[in-house]
Design a protein around this ligand. Sequence first.
Ligand code: ZN
Length: 227
Amino acid sequence: MVDSTDWLAGEFGHHHAESASIDERALVENPSHVGERCTILPFARVMGYVRLGNNCWVGHHSTMASGVIAGENVKVLDYSLITAGTILGNEVNCGPFAVFSNPKRVRANHAVVSRISPTLVRDLATISSHVVIANGVSLGRACFIEPHSIVDRSIPDYAVMSGNPITFKNWRCECGYPLSFESKTGATPLTETECGQCGERYRQVSEYSIQKRHTPNAPLNEWCHLA
Ligand SMILES: [Zn+2]
């Protein structure tokens, strides 16, 4: 699967799909777009100019600030704070208690809007509980941020990261299974490897970059290039 950004093309119209389940105690402001089959739980707040794709889940006491865009099948679990300028791809998991922090150089008595940088979370990324993410970074496809981590820099695709500040731990397949580029004989490290669970193949491009092989019907390049 290659990252799809079709959902970015929509407008910020006032549209709450009839199939969406919005608890009467949730606060959903307008204009906002709530896609088909979304679930918004009690005391969540979805501010104006938010766009939620289909099948999104917004947990108790979570806040989606103005300007947030979420793709499809996104889960924002309880007590998470998604600040302005955040773009969540498809099937992203946030929280509970995940916080996208304010821009740098903020002062209480200054307007902050002009200082916000976009924070991009690519498809399938998992942000665990109590993770704090700096404004303006990008999180790679299917990356995994372990609980209580502080993300102060951008993260490559498929990386597992942990700690304060985050450090690299290992690689993980889209299916969630760890990937190893170590050779069993202890010889030169492998440049390609196969997931032991689902059989997907990955290759190492550099020390901090790996790519997944396209599925057979994918066009052009055999290896995914997600610039
Ligand atoms: Zn796999």
